[in-house]
Design a protein around this ligand. Structure first.
Ligand SMILES: [Cu+2]
Length: 137
């Protein structure tokens, strides 16, 4: 029963990725659409360091999709674990899971200049190209 996996903070291992945002401090709103072509639209987002972004995310596909903010290296590890344990329910402040025709939001503060990745970690989706980048200037 004891799990060796410490899920907490796993996707947010590096402080450069940023931190959960405060909905009262939002400086930018970005709409993102997810679909069954395994794409995020847009998949290339530019913000400024310090911006708190409200992502308004809609799944227009017929499959569930999710958006997880993190680093690609850490997300590959997470995706591998998800393939081994597809029934694991995971919910973290850096992610949102949406069923078909569902919409939701994620508030995130980008604290450091650089590139932050996002991806859908449902088995096979990231591998099929369901990734995007936030350029933090
Ligand atoms: Cu997906």
């Amino acid at each position: 029963m004891m799990q060796e996996h410490d899920m907490s903070g796993m996707e947010v291992g590096s402080p450069a990725v940023g931190q959960p945002g405060d909905g009262a401090q939002v400086t930018r709103t970005v709409d993102i659409v997810m679909d069954d072509t395994m794409r995020f639209t847009p998949d290339d987002i530019h913000v400024k360091a310090g911006d708190t972004v409200r992502f308004l995310i809609k799944n227009v596909g017929k499959l569930p999709h999710e958006l997880v903010i993190g680093s690609v290296a850490e997300m590959r590890d997470h995706a591998a674990m998800m393939r081994k344990m597809p029934d694991v329910q995971h919910a973290e402040p850096n992610m949102i899971s949406l069923n078909p025709d569902q919409a939701g939001e994620l508030v995130w503060q980008f604290t450091h200049a650089g590139t932050v990745d996002f991806a859908c970690l449902i088995a096979g989706h990231m591998e099929a190209g369901m990734v995007g980048k936030v350029m933090v200037g």
